[in-house]
Ligand binder design. Structure first.
Ligand code: SF4
Length: 338
């Protein structure tokens, strides 16, 4: 799983079904495993975060939980459902059960889009026919430059190729790429961006690599001046390009960089804030207030925005999932801002 997890695609046809009442991003972790864990080691965000997680839910529990988020009376207030892992393609049968559920639910009653974040080229390739039968709204693949030392550089080309092939055969509507920035990898990232420019992806999301703070929270390694330099260089490099670029920022960085007034943002009922900087580069920040983000961990802990990125968290703010809890929680989140 990439560092930029609070993400979804609204570009392309995937965004056509969205409306302003859909204001919640739901993440569902479907697996506790990733075969690249030993390669990424502690640099994997989830290797750090879930050190106190309990046993994974059974498959039937995960699908039941997902069903509550997808088919309950409040599900049409969910904007995006994102299935992810650790590596979501490690358990394709659970994933497809959930996708089938989404397709079987009437458009007016289900979440706006259903997507996945993956780094598994093999998983996409092997399951291509099944994706064609049950297409995704979007897929985001994690492509990073070698200095970040996540996954292996050999993984990147097959991964992008697999995602584009999936789109070409109708297994997904939109393809995005997530890439991590550090204060020292800007040149490498720009080189990667030039390759992506020709691939005609729908969205390239850039976010900071995270590292632990003394208080045990994962924090961006990028400082304000790093962001400013990166944004300026990338905006200049791709100013005449069709590449749609999103800079994912924490709310606290979004305010000074965008210049938006917090009082104005307070009144917005939106899953994330967006500030178009140029015709193809937008700054974004997830709405930090309660009610807009819910992450179901693979052991059933239900995490709020404030929980996610706390290392070794044992209990989520929304408690442990049990049958019916997902439906009730979703109704509570909706009531916070509708
Ligand atoms: S590929 Fe992603 S989920 Fe898997 S170990 Fe590496 S960073 Fe973690």
């Amino acid at each position: 799983m990439p560092g930029v997890a609070e993400n979804a695609l609204e570009a392309g046809t995937a965004g056509a079904a969205l409306n302003k009442d859909q204001t919640i991003l739901v993440n569902i972790e479907t697996t506790a495993v990733c075969r690249l864990s030993s390669t990424c080691g502690p640099r994997c965000l989830l290797n750090q975060l879930n050190t106190h997680a309990q046993s994974p839910l059974q498959k039937s529990q995960i699908t039941r939980m997902a069903s509550e988020f997808i088919t309950s009376p409040s599900s049409h207030f969910v904007r995006h459902v994102c299935a992810l892992g650790k590596e979501v393609m490690e358990d394709a049968s659970t994933l497809f059960e959930i996708i089938r559920l989404w397709h079987a639910t009437p458009v007016s009653k289900r979440p706006g889009t259903f997507g996945i974040i993956t780094a598994s080229a093999q998983g996409l390739e092997t399951n291509l026919p099944e994706f064609v039968r049950h297409p995704l709204s979007w897929v985001v693949v994690s492509l990073d430059v070698p200095s970040v030392r996540l996954r292996s550089p050999e993984n990147e080309t097959p991964l992008l190729t697999a995602a584009l092939k999936l789109r070409a055969v109708g297994g997904v509507e939109a393809v995005g790429v997530n890439t991590l920035l550090t204060p020292t990898n800007l040149d490498e990232v720009i080189t990667l961006g030039r390759r992506l420019n020709g691939a005609e992806i729908h969205q390239w999301s850039l976010g900071s690599f995270l590292s632990p703070s003394p208080a045990g929270q994962l924090k961006p390694v990028m400082q304000l001046h790093d962001y400013r330099q990166a944004i300026e260089s990338i905006a200049k490099e791709f100013r005449n390009s069709k590449l749609r670029i999103l800079f994912d920022l924490d709310y606290t960085d979004f305010i000074p960089i965008s210049g938006c007034q917090p009082e104005v943002l307070e009144n917005l009922v939106a899953w994330r804030y967006e500030y178009p900087l140029t015709s193809n580069l937008t700054l974004t920040a997830l709405n930090p207030h309660p009610g807009y983000f819910l992450r179901a961990r693979w052991d059933g802990e239900l995490l709020a925005k404030g929980d996610f990125k706390v290392i070794g968290l044992e209990r989520g703010a929304y408690g442990k999932w049990q049958p019916g809890r997902g439906e009730g929680l979703l109704a509570d989140l909706v009531s916070m801002h509708q």
